[in-house]
Structures are given as C-alpha cells and as structure tokens.
Design a protein around this ligand. Structure first.
Ligand SMILES: *Cc1c(COP(=O)(O)O)cnc(C)c1O
Length: 484
C-alpha cells in the first residue's frame, strides 16, 4: 500500500502569506555607516506605521520557488498554440528581446539629456516612419500605452480636430462587430455611442449606415478586420459616406496582422487609426505588462497630436513642445520605449516582404483551421475569413475548458457578443501545420465527446491542479482580500 504523504508545494502551492514565518527576510543589509534617523521624528509619527499587517516574511529562495512554481501552472505561448481570438497571441522572436536588452537602450532614462539620447530619438523616428508606411498614413504618435489608450487618444483627436472647425459634434457610430473597448473609449471621450448592425455576412450594413450619418455624427469607429475576422469590403464607401457629412473615419487597427504589407488603411479613406504593437508587432502580452498603441493620422489631424513631437535640426534630434493646437499629453514621457524597440526590431528583421509573408501566413492558418473544423462546428458567418474564424456552439464554455485537457489554451469564449455561443479562434501566423492539425484533432475529438460523453466535457478540465471553478460565485462573491 502506498503511504499517503503531505503534498510537496510543487504539487499544490500555498499563498505566500501562508508560508510566512516571523523573522525571515529575503535580503541582508550592511551595518549603517551613517547616523540613524528616527522615521517618526523625520516624517511625523502619524505617517509611520508599526507594522504592515499580514506582510509575508519569507526568504529569497522561498520567493523564487513560489513564483517559479506558479509559473509552471500557467499556459504560455512558449508552450503551445494560444488561439485566443482577437488577442493575436503569437510567438515573439527572441531577437526582439535581445535588441530591447541592449545595455544602452535598457538603462536609458527619460530625463537623460537630448544630446545623450540621439540613438533613442533615431529609433523612435524610424519606427514612426515605418508605421506610417505600413498604414498609409502621414504621421504617428508613439505615446499611447495600449490599444484602448490609442482609441481614447484617437477619439480625443477627432474631438480636437472638429472643435478647431467650430463644432465637436455629439455622436460616434460603432458597429456591433466592434471590439468591446470601442464604445467605452467613445464614452470616455464624451461622445454618445450609436450602434449600427452587421448584415448576414458579418459586415457593416452600408444602407443602414447611410441613413444614420448626419451633421451630429463626429466619426465612425470601425474595427477592420472586424471581430468576426471579416474584412469590411465596403470600407471605402463607408469613408465616402462619412466624409460627405464632414465626419471622420477611425479604424481600430489592432488586427493589422491581417493587413500589414497587403492593404493600407490610409489608401481607402481612413483618417486615423491605432495599432497594437504588442499584438501585431510582437511583444509578449497577456500578463498585464506594458503595451503600446500608437495612433497614425492623416495630415489634417497632425497638428493635434499629443505633445511632445520629435523634431530634427542639423544639431540633432530633440522634442518640440511648441504646438499650440496639440491635444496635450496622453501619458508621462514618450511611450513604452522597450516595446517600441521590439516593434522596430521585428519590422526590420522581417522587412517589407517578410511582413507581407507573415500576414499571408496569418490568413492561411486561420483559413486552414476553418476548413478542418467546418464540418464539425457551425461557422458563424459565411464570409471569407481573415486572421481569425468564429464558430458557434451551445457548449462553447465547456468545450473551451475541455481543450485545456488536450494541452491547449482555450479560444475566446462568447465573444463577439453578436454570435450566440461564439468560439473565436485566432491561430496566428507563427503556428506550424503540425500544431494546427493537433489543435483541430482536439476540437474534432471534443465535438465527438459532446455527442457521446457530454458529462466528460461539462466537468472539464480534469488534468489541471484546479478543476472546474464556480464562475458565478467568483463573479458575484469575489474574495478580494486575504484574511489570515
Ligand atoms: C486587443 C484589442 C483592443 C484593445 O487593446 P489593448 O491593448 O488590450 O487595450 C482593441 N481593439 C481590438 C480589435 C483588439 O483586438
């Protein structure tokens, strides 16, 4: 008989608070060689606390093992396919990391004098130029720190540009196939959201749109390809309709990995757009780390771009703060520099041809998966797929959990909202045919399980340390504070 032993933490990790033991510390400081200061005297007793309640006291090795073990519980793009639709969870080449960790770039400080930052200026200028070329736009700000931040910046730019003409207008049109952050950004910028429905091919209904556009409409905010993975075929016509009433076209370009090198939004009437560098241009994301959502604009909007702007003189690069029409700053300093370095490294490593090939691979992979799965799952819209495909199934949540048992991260569940039971799959361009085949086999096998053994699917996952959790309780009664 096997004796039952207490599980080692590699099998079941406790909270750091629970491993705390009084007096342990992760550091050792040398003896003070300056006079000691009484904090209460220096800061005032009311600003100094006796102790930090529940502060875990642990050694360095405790901390290292705790977080290393937790990291092995996690699924990561470096382990396998991560088909989370709309998120572009693609593999990030290590060369970008190597470049971003170059000593002079890694330790650079925003308060460093301009004369000592000329290389960094050149990187920012080259990236602005590359992104303008890829999008077909005239000017780029690298400041916004995320996609949604780029959206807010973009809609505030719309406001600034229209205000300069005398009327900021009231409403922004957002299709029902837009990314969920779009209506939120519109509201935050002080506009009302007007919804426009998609047609049965998953595209914007142009006739419905034409009836909607009047002098109160400031802009349309259109995700292209939209969240159904469908290219908005009539986008040039959409732009014409909006422009005819003096309104602007904002494109959510977070899905540029479906367009880069093939189609430039600036060529079909888009006035301004954002990019997600941490998706298309390869920075690890998903863990809440820094991102970057540059906004690219056409010439008439350039004067309103956030402060400061790069400027070049014979003496070198510097920042220009003298821009009276600017909307002002949108964040501290000049953008998430490390992400910008990675993006430029990625673009230069690929070159124009390479970016185009990556785009074609993204489309090929999504369409290959679609073909493999079409006879096993119901496709949501019968329009050509771009970089992702959306199926529907009443058990989308359970199937997603069951995928974990097969070694894959789930796809995006129940989004976009206009597809009931959505299964939104974005394989990305970095996956091989072998990996896609494995993934399709897993989903096909699960489809069979749903028919033959539904209870296995409904109770999934079975292979993880934590099994099916009560999501309703987690949402309704969250425990936000550790109680010792
Ligand atoms: C990811 C995404 C966003 C939001 O980007 P964040 O960096 O997460 O703020 C916006 N729109 C689309 C289409 C996206 O895919």
């Amino acid at each position: 008989m096997i004796k039952k032993v207490r599980p080692h933490p590699t099998q079941n990790e406790a909270l750091l608070f629970e491993t705390s033991s009084p007096g342990k510390a992760g550091y050792q400081l040398p003896e003070l060689d300056v006079p000691a200061v009484d904090p209460a005297e220096a800061l005032g007793a009311e600003h100094v606390r006796e102790e930090i309640p529940d502060f875990p006291e642990v050694s360095e090795v405790d901390v290292i093992r705790h977080f290393t073990r937790l990291s092995t519980w996690n699924y990561a793009i470096d382990l396998g396919l991560y088909p989370l639709g709309s998120c572009t969870m693609k593999y990030n080449p290590r060369v970008n990391e190597a470049v971003a960790r170059t000593e002079g770039l890694m330790w650079i400080h925003p308060y460093q004098p301009d004369a000592l930052s000329q290389g960094a200026f050149a990187i920012l200028a080259d990236l602005e130029k590359a992104l303008a070329e890829i999008t077909g736009m005239d000017a780029v700000t690298l400041q916004p720190a995320a996609g949604a931040h780029g959206e807010l910046t973009g809609i505030l730019l719309v406001r600034a540009a229209l205000e300069a003409q005398g009327n900021a207008r009231k409403r922004v049109i957002v299709p029902d196939s837009a990314h969920g952050t779009n209506p939120a950004s519109v509201r935050m910028a002080g506009y009302e959201v007007v919804n426009v429905a998609s047609n049965d091919r998953g595209m914007l209904d142009v006739d419905a749109l034409a009836r909607m556009v009047d002098e109160d409409i400031a802009a349309i905010m259109i995700t292209n390809p939209n969240t159904l993975g469908v290219f908005e075929e009539h986008i040039a016509e959409v732009a014409r309709i909006l422009h005819s009433k003096g309104a602007l076209v904002y494109m959510d370009g977070a899905n540029m990995n479906a367009l880069a090198g093939i189609s430039r939004p600036g060529d079909y009437g888009v006035d301004l757009m954002h990019l997600n560098l941490h998706k298309t241009f390869s920075t690890p994301h998903g863990g809440g780390g820094p991102g970057s959502g540059p906004v690219a604009v056409k010439k008439p909007i350039e004067p309103f771009l956030p402060l400061p702007r790069l400027q070049h003189a014979p003496s070198g690069w510097s920042w220009n703060y003298d821009r009276p029409q600017s909307m002002g700053r949108v964040r501290a300093f000049y953008g998430n520099f490390g992400v910008l370095v990675r993006a430029l490294a990625y673009i230069m490593a690929h070159g124009g041809d390479g970016l185009k090939r990556a785009t074609l691979d993204a489309l090929l992979n999504a369409n290959y998966l679609r073909k493999l799965l079409e006879s096993h799952y119901e496709i949501a819209y019968h329009a050509p797929s771009m970089h992702e495909c959306v199926f529907r199934h009443a058990s989308t949540g359970a199937i997603a959990k069951r995928l974990i048992d097969y070694g894959f991260h789930p796809y995006t569940v129940s989004f976009p909202l206009i597809v009931h039971g959505a299964m939104m799959i974005e394989p990305t361009e970095t996956e091989s045919k072998q990996e896609l085949d494995l993934f399709a086999d897993a989903l096909i096998s699960i489809a069979q399980e749903v028919e033959e053994n539904p209870e296995v699917v409904l109770a999934a996952p079975h292979s993880t340390r934590t099994t099916k959790v009560d999501e309703v309780a987690a949402a309704r009664k969250p425990i936000l504070k550790w109680r010792g």
